[in-house]
Design a protein around this ligand. Sequence first.
Ligand code: 5AD
Ligand code: SF4
Length: 439
Amino acid sequence: MKYFIEIWGCQMNEHDAEILAGMLEQLGYQKTEQEIDADLIILYTCCVREKAEHKVLARLGELKKYKHLNPNLVLAVGGCMAQQQEMGDYLRSRAPYVDLVFGTHNIHRLPQLLQEVKESDSILIEVWDKEQEIVEDLPAKRMDSVKAYVTITYGCNNFCSYCIVPYVRGRERSRHPKDILHEIEDLVEQGFKEIMLLGQNVNSYGKDLTQKIDFADLLEQIDSIEGLNRIRYMTSHPRDFSDKLINVIANSTKVCEHFHLPIQAGSSRILKQMRRGYTKEKYLELVEKIKTAVPNCTLTTDIIVGFPGETEEDFLETIDVIKKVRYDQAFTFLYSPRKGTPAASMPNQVPNDQKKQRFQHLLEVQNKISWEINQKYLNKTEEVLFEGPSKTNPNKLSGRTRGNKIVIAEADESVIGTIQPVKITDAQTWSLFGKLEQM
Ligand code: 5AD
Ligand code: SF4
């Protein structure tokens, strides 16, 4: 039996898919890269923006033909899109050839669901509307051999007014520190060099635990794990980024000097409408504190353009923040109304062409800054953790600096999984190129 999993969306989904794959391999399934060879196809979906949903529906239409070629093929839809209210019924009417729909709260049930699907002659829909206790010790088939995802919190309590995540991922739940530490120690033993701690808002780690512990304490404990080289985390909420946390990161040897601080919008008026809990000034203050404590840090962000009511003036505040902070990179999104979120029914929705214009403007400003920052790396030597063959330069290897910049260099495959000094010889907007220094 062979499985094929296609993943949309964020790192949480990638990690969920690793767990789905782990469970399937325990059942004796093998992975295939070809849909046509698969006995089970899972689309693991995202619903943060509408576009992702349209793509899933289009993809289902394409996959339908494999059901004719292989009548035993099980076609499943899981993840955030499937978790949305009434999506099961919608799929039943729009894509009745789908065999199984499951949500984000019951991925551990996949083995039983596959059994039940065999006995059911119509679409099987199992979506739990509430999150449950965290299920520990699920197997994971890691996609990478150098860096590994480790979830520290599930769900989100923030309810930013544009965001659907709290509705499909449930309330915040933190894993027990001992479970997290065991998992990381085990990963280090298996040879992993870098871990990425995952949570919708890692800064609120521990708030729901009886044990008194916060994210900074957890980082300190992970920092002392021998054999681990690098620690990253995703995502931080600027409102909750404490001085204590900055201090722990500044004094740590393993936590990388990369700060991903989603601003979402530069105008304090829009930030209030977004329910972000900080103003432009507070955010800039935080950035200054970070830059002072960690002078060589890199900074990245997420930005939404065209939130309801965003005027040209508001948008220029976003541009102003970009120019003041000088991000290494910004992930920019057109605001996408999500049914059930407060922002979707706000007045003064911004027309699409205006959103696109602003997006383009922002991209031009940001790309210039990214390029300028990268030029400063020329002729410098960076510590690069090599991850594998480069996707864009197949004869070369790709790795990352501590600041999370991609570095492409010619090197023997034996350096994969090791940290090497690389002299930067060329710098472009998205990546650096270099030569291995002689050791
Ligand atoms: N429209 C556009 N972008 C969104 N994001 C979240 N919700 C929406 C939405 N409705 C963006 C935010 C978040 C990133 C993961 O996705 O910038 O940080
Ligand atoms: Fe969505 Fe806000 Fe939670 Fe991030 S913090 S997942 S943007 S609600």
